[in-house]
Design a binder for this molecule. Sequence first.
Ligand SMILES: CC(C)(COP(=O)(O)OP(=O)(O)OC[C@H]1O[C@@H](n2cnc3c(N)ncnc32)[C@H](O)[C@@H]1OP(=O)(O)O)[C@@H](O)C(=O)NCCC(=O)NCCS
Length: 324
Amino acid sequence: MAEPPRTPHYPRSVQLEVKRRMGEADIAAVSELLHVATVADEHLPLGEHMWLDLVEGGRTGFAGFVAWEAGHGHPVGYAQLSRGRTSWAIEFVVDPHHREPGGTIGADLVRAALDEIRREGGGHVHMWVPKPGPQHDAIATANGMSRGRELLQMRRPLPVPGGRGPLRLRTFEPGRDERAWLAVNARAFASHPEQGEWDLETLLRRERERWFDPKGFLLHERDGRLAAFCWTKVHADHDPPLGEIYVIAVDPAYQGLGLGRQLLLAGLDWLARRGLPTAMLYVDASNEPGVKLYRDIGFTVDHVDRAYVVDVPAPPGPAASRGT
Ligand SMILES: CC(C)(COP(=O)(O)OP(=O)(O)OC[C@H]1O[C@@H](n2cnc3c(N)ncnc32)[C@H](O)[C@@H]1OP(=O)(O)O)[C@@H](O)C(=O)NCCC(=O)NCCS
């Protein structure tokens, strides 16, 4: 006998809670959801920027959307909104046990976030999705979003035969190198909205992170000023442990001279000496010089992350402000 059709019960019983600031209990409940999704999907559902915003309770422009379903003592989905200088970012996750065909939790979360952006005056929105599938395309389409940039996660085994070259390097000195670093970062990533917009607060937050190790943050100076850097990050709790080329750049005034290649090899050498078996990095798929350099050094694509984008129009009349 055929099974009777299952009626999805959650669309009617799911409630969305909107949070301008997350309390300790909210953070704990959402962290548990993120953990469950990380195990199921083999990747973190929130990017680092969003994660820091969450655990620190939320900064200006923050909104968290927590989906609850009757009969379940834990959130069944979560979306987070953050406001950059020129655009908005949304990320979301649905509990793996609540991703039934025909389910609307993801689409509802994204719609709620877009509605909030509209109320706040609208603007350009990107929604990053790690390892996107057809369900993410469907959620985006249902909300009028289209495919935007793609980010490649590339990996290669360590060590790199031949190691590093003789380039003179020193390590980043907290309290001394911030301004010079921010200036080179902004120039090198002028056309890369997320990275190029880093300010002192963004950098200092990273320096407070447990993983931060200035010994793996390599600088090269020319003509008495910072010319290039390679900042590494160790993901010790990843299985296998990964050594990330976290941010690498050469000041445009010194590009094309071989510094990028040498800084990359020095960063990889540092990670290999820490005993890490695998190196990883993210690069915009359209970043031709970056992708070419990484392929030359033996990196291959592990997976793709995608941004879905939309321009949300301002609501008619004066925009309300949250005043946070
Ligand atoms: C990517 C970057 C670090 C390369 O540094 P660089 O010092 O300019 O590069 P190098 O002179 O060491 O060249 C190394 C390789 O990069 C590639 N490359 C560099 N410039 C390139 C260009 N304009 N077009 C295509 N490939 C290029 C080539 O593979 C080159 O090897 P080759 O000279 O044997 O062909 C630098 O362009 C940069 O800082 N870009 C902006 C920030 C950025 O995108 N960082 C990486 C983000 S993941």
